[in-house]
Unconditional design. Structure first.
Length: 332
């Protein structure tokens, strides 16, 4: 006690002190003898902390507010981090363009900036909406799908649109019978960034409300007729369906309901079953996979190249020997 007030003394010796333990005890003893209160000489040796609240804050783990200098350094560090991240992104883009240039791609395109490439893509998509090959995704069967299947279909539509954006000659896309109050519409908006700005037609009408029935070809794996070519005067329809329960011939039934011509991809004509451990073979493809095959065929005129590139290897089929040709493998 110091007078009537409690004093907390922090035993932090001054830097200039270099006394040994015995000397400290000696000084303390002499000081107490000369000063009954033991304070006057001790005050020169000890730093006193009269702020009990400060000690309490430290005990409770509290931290003092950051100074302006600390905040300034933190902002500077954040700016440096953002600049490094931006630089890494630019270098990655340059490496990608250089690889495309080295692999024999369009050398002029490799020099384009991201903004120019975006403008070119938008121009191609705008032209496709005027003169491009018409393709519809029939979304009338979503009522028989689970929420998980709806979510998967939304992802497939995103990939389909991404492929169309990259195409040299994009298709004119239509999402038909897509209602704004439907689960699929809400899931597309939630999952697909910029969905409402997609360069495609989104409508609640059916394909027959938009085009004459004689021009419509509904693509289904259960059709008898194999598709031989992609005709610019025809409108091709893909069934927007993800069916994990494998309900039989839903897309064929839908085509019969519309009374339109049906066709299938020429898998049997160009591919053969391969041996695999699970003995699994399937011709059922996702919407975006069928679209990728059609897109490549329309650009190359080769079913062999389109099927070899985009038909999933896990389906248990390979190009038959008589049609076998080595083509570059695309990333799927």
């Amino acid at each position: 006690m110091f007078g009537d007030f409690p004093i907390k003394i922090r035993y932090s010796f001054l830097p200039e002190m270099s006394l040994g333990l015995g000397e400290k005890q000696h000084v303390s003893s002499e000081t107490c003898e000369t000063d009954p209160d033991g304070v006057s000489e001790l005050m020169d040796l000890l730093r006193m902390d009269l702020d009990p609240d400060g000690e309490q804050r430290k005990a409770e783990g509290g931290e003092a507010p950051c100074s302006k200098n600390v905040l300034r350094k933190q902002r500077h560090w954040e700016r440096q981090l953002a600049a490094k991240k931006s630089k890494r992104k630019e270098e990655k883009q340059k490496r990608r363009l250089n690889r495309a240039q080295a692999s024999g791609g369009d050398k002029e395109a490799a020099q384009f900036t991201k903004r120019v490439m975006k403008a070119i893509t938008n121009e191609r998509l705008a032209e496709a909406r005027s003169t491009g090959q018409k393709l519809c995704v029939d979304l009338s069967m979503t009522d028989c799908m689970s929420d998980k299947e709806i979510s998967r279909l939304a992802g497939q539509l995103r990939r389909l649109y991404g492929s169309n954006k990259k195409a040299t000659r994009p298709f004119h896309l239509f999402l038909t019978e897509l209602r704004e109050d439907s689960r699929l519409y809400r899931e597309c908006v939630r999952m697909n960034d910029g969905f409402l700005g997609y360069a495609m037609e989104i409508t609640e009408e059916s394909c027959l409300d938009l085009f004459p029935s004689e021009s419509v070809v509904y693509l289904t794996p259960d059709a008898q007729e194999a598709l031989q070519t992609v005709d610019a005067d025809k409108v091709y329809v893909l069934g927007g369906l993800v069916d994990e329960s494998i309900q039989k011939k839903l897309s064929l039934s839908r085509a019969a309901e519309l009374s339109v011509r049906t066709a299938r991809l020429p898998v049997d004509e160009y591919m053969a079953k391969k041996n695999n451990a699970k003995n699994f073979h399937s011709k059922i493809l996702a919407v975006n996979q069928v679209f990728d095959i059609l897109l490549m065929f329309s650009e190359t005129g080769s079913w062999t190249q389109a099927l070899q590139t985009w038909f999933p290897a896990g389906k248990g089929y390979v190009i038959s020997p008589e049609n076998s040709t080595c083509f570059p493998v695309q990333e799927q």
